[in-house]
Design a binder for this molecule. Structure first.
Ligand code: FMN
Length: 358
């Protein structure tokens, strides 16, 4: 079933093996524009057979970047270079998604590359001022400034403008990043949203921003194109955002035009996460069962048989292969061999086809 196509709205996706968003930190000069690295990196995975590729966290505002090396869609000049990699990858058969993101209080950190230190990149060393639901910092990072109610009210339009640009760049899908402790997640969680106004307080108040972002994006994003949302289904602590909260939220998001939940966990606090192969799959499965929503599972899915079993057993509609795909751009091709499925290779590579021994 991994290689069965799936239809979501007007979009047919060729298989259930997808590339999750993974920051590359390869934007030079901090202008948010894609370069050669992005074309080669995403293009290679399109040629390698991924059904859908989610381009890394792409900032809806300069102050929403995680690092200075992040992609952006906060101005029209950022469209062209993305359009080139979208077109190249679509011509290799991949459906192209982009993850629209705002880092909030977790922004302005050093790129996660071996040559940089960890932690906040100070403003006087090329970083930027960060903004959060309150002035409470993420542990170990510089304190953000607290967004005014008016500034929060302006965020849905920033996401919508970025979605409009994503459409112009040719993307087939937008994914809203509401996981991993970034701004939309910061608003959802009682651990990071201590606001007393309409953007905080109870479940209704804390989910208001994400719901308005979805509504604003849906107003500009073509109806035939899917919208995904990435959520952290749990914060792995008793007093935080929970699976029950997630299920209640998904029930509110689906009628607003969200088509699929990309189910991750954690990221909003420092705590021990019990990682193991497929450790987040059960959340995708529980959300799917409780709400009927389409889900994608992610997290230490590395083996073809494991991936096949997740889709086959109905725990999720697709799997996302992250770090394993950093090591192996043609992971889907190898999975096809392992599972005995005949899939067409990228034509220039046909003589390297991984054939089973006769
Ligand atoms: C280098 C790197 C960058 C990442 N960047 C993002 C990102 O931009 N957005 C996001 O939602 N998750 C990001 N993640 C998390 C991955 O999408 C994925 O959820 C995680 O790596 C677990 O899947 P895996 O075990 O298959 O790697 C990143 C992970 C890695 C390794």
């Amino acid at each position: 079933m991994l290689f069965d196509p799936i239809q979501i709205r007007g979009q047919e996706i060729r298989n259930r093996i997808w590339l999750p968003p993974m920051c590359q930190y390869q934007v030079e000069g901090g202008d948010g524009r894609a370069g050669d690295w992005h074309l080669v990196h995403y293009g290679a995975r399109a040629a390698g057979g991924f059904g859908l590729i989610v381009v890394e966290a792409t900032a809806v505002a300069a102050q929403g970047r995680i690092t200075v090396g992040d992609l952006g869609l906060w101005e029209d000049g950022q469209i062209d270079r993305l359009a080139r990699l979208v077109d190249f990858s679509q011509r290799r058969g991949s459906t192209m998604a982009v993850q629209l993101a705002h880092a909030g209080r977790k922004g302005s950190v050093w790129p996660d590359l071996p040559q940089f230190p960890r932690g906040s990149q100070p403003v006087d060393q090329g970083g930027h001022t960060t903004w959060g639901p309150t002035a409470e910092p993420f542990p170990g990072l510089a304190a953000p400034r607290s967004l005014s109610a008016e500034q929060v009210a302006a965020l849905p339009d920033q996401f919508a403008q970025a979605a409009r640009r994503a459409d112009l760049a040719g993307f087939d899908v937008v994914e809203l990043h509401a996981a991993h402790g970034y701004l939309l997640h910061q608003f959802l969680s009682p651990l990071s949203n201590g606001r007393q106004d309409q953007w905080g307080g109870d479940f209704e108040g804390r989910t208001r921003l994400l719901r308005q972002v979805v509504e604003s994006v849906r107003r500009v994003w073509p109806e035939r194109k899917p919208v995904f949302v990435r959520l952290s289904a749990t914060e792995w602590t008793d007093d935080g955002w929970s699976l029950d909260d997630t299920i209640a939220l998904v029930e509110r998001l689906t009628p607003l035009g969200v088509d699929l939940i990309d189910v991750s966990t954690g990221g909003n606090l420092i705590t021990r996460i019990p990682t193991a192969p497929g450790y987040q799959v059960r959340f995708a499965s529980q959300i799917k069962r409780a709400t009927g929503a389409l889900t994608a599972a992610v997290g230490l899915i590395t083996e073809p048989a494991q991936a096949e079993q997740i889709v086959q057993s109905g725990q999720a509609d697709a799997v996302l292969i992250g770090r394993a795909a950093l090591r192996e751009p043609a992971w889907p091709e190898r999975a096809a061999l392992d599972l005995g499925v005949d899939t067409p290779m990228a034509p220039p590579y046909h003589r390297g086809a991984l054939r089973r021994p006769a």
